[in-house]
Design a protein around this ligand. Structure first.
Ligand code: NI
Length: 396
């Protein structure tokens, strides 16, 4: 049985995968600066015997060709992201980040170590399968424009179209041992809003001589929420949050301008474009009606992430075979954004969740927090499962 073979192989490399993950965890690098990480990946691929080439400056693409002949030579692409976040890790684990202000708080160290493990399993079995597996170790997932878009520009998916592009993300909200697979729309598009309201500052005691950008900004924030409650189709998730509002006057000083930053997220590209236009029109109109002016800038982020339904059904079935049907769940829509979305727009993609939560081990802290950690037992599952999905999708 293929599953038994894979589970034995995963057990054999388990300690190495944990070592790799801890090595990366202790040496996190920010988006698009993953030079040491890329060197580590290349040296590990050399040790495993996998051919590779560099891409997108700090990315690495590996290739494993099965030794059995097949007429059509199918291709499956497996992707891991490799960058870390600007967070200072707390706690005193032996493998904690050695770099103040940088931390693998989104589990990309685990994704990378897991894909190296999957590579080792597949490489050791290459004489026994047909088809080709492409490994993408992708930089810069956390920062626009996203390493995925650069990888695609460099042609990572050019040539024969892949039967699947598959990626995973650790999830502290799911118990270790559980896999989350969502069919169809899964993650949100994400756009950055940068809004400046220009008024006329002056003494706080003489509002009639000024144009107060603070009250106007407050009206804009409240009015824009009507986009979510009154204009968005209620069956379509839409999120608008302003997390930064800078007036910078004083207790008795009305400032000249107010600067605001927010995030807009949804799961439909035409509504996304329409919402941008409506928000801009409303903000500019309110400012103008009240004697001010408004510059409304949208920095387009990642598109929404779509799991191709046929592929998602296959991944769900294979995960059920690998970890037991009782351990496979539908995680619902997740309003976070992921640049894996770019691959899923270019080919049949499936992005699934790897449960890493364990109360007893203290690994239930949210992603992007200073306390984040994973239950490393999940790595025993993730390596073999991804190899299983790849081999089955290649028709083995
Ligand atoms: Ni992430």
């Amino acid at each position: 049985m293929l599953i038994d073979t894979l589970k034995i192989a995963a057990e054999r490399i388990r300690d190495q995968v944990v070592r790799d993950r801890r090595h990366l965890h202790a040496r996190p690098e920010l988006s698009f600066h993953e030079y040491g990480t890329a060197e580590f990946i290349k040296s590990r691929l050399d040790e495993i015997g996998v051919e590779w080439k560099a891409a997108a400056e700090t990315g690495v693409i590996g290739l494993i060709r099965g030794g059995l002949d097949s007429a059509d030579d199918p291709l499956v692409v497996l992707r891991a992201d490799i960058d870390a976040l600007p967070i200072t890790e707390t706690g005193n684990k032996p493998y904690a980040s050695q770099r103040a202000g940088v931390m693998h708080a989104c589990g990309h160290d685990a994704h990378t170590a897991s894909l190296l493990g999957t590579a080792a399993i597949l490489q050791s079995m290459r004489g026994a399968f047909h088809g080709t597996v492409k490994l993408i170790f992708q930089p810069g997932e956390e920062v626009l424009p996203g390493g995925a878009s650069l990888m695609l520009k460099e042609g990572v998916l050019e040539g024969p179209s892949p039967a699947a592009v598959v990626g995973q993300h650790v999830m502290p909200g799911l118990p270790c041992g559980v896999i989350g697979v969502r069919s169809g729309k899964f993650m949100a598009s994400m756009d950055e809003l940068r809004v400046t309201v220009y008024g006329k500052g002056g003494h706080g005691a003489q509002p009639h001589l000024n144009i107060d950008p603070v009250t106007i900004s407050a009206q804009i924030i409240v009015a824009l929420q009507q986009l979510v409650s009154r204009m968005a189709n209620p069956t379509l998730p839409t999120v608008l949050s302003f997390g930064k509002v800078v007036a910078n006057g004083a207790v008795n000083v009305i400032p000249d301008q107010v600067y605001m930053e927010g995030t807009f997220r949804t799961l439909d590209e035409s509504w996304r474009d329409e919402a941008h236009a409506r928000m801009k029109k409303a903000a500019e109109g309110i400012a103008s009606a009240l004697g001010a002016s408004c510059e409304f800038q949208v920095v387009r982020g990642y598109p929404f992430l779509m799991n191709e339904e046929g592929l998602a059904a296959v991944v769900r079935q294979l995960a059920a075979e690998y970890v037991g049907a009782e351990n496979v769940v539908d995680p619902g829509i997740w309003m976070a954004a992921e640049d894996f979305a770019y691959y899923s727009q270019a080919a049949a993609g499936c992005f699934y969740l790897l449960g890493t939560g364990n109360e007893g081990k203290g690994t239930c802290h949210s992603l992007h927090t200073a306390q984040f950690d994973i239950d490393e037992d999940a790595l025993l599952i993730s390596t073999g499962l991804m190899a299983y999905i790849a081999l089955k999708r290649l028709g083995n």
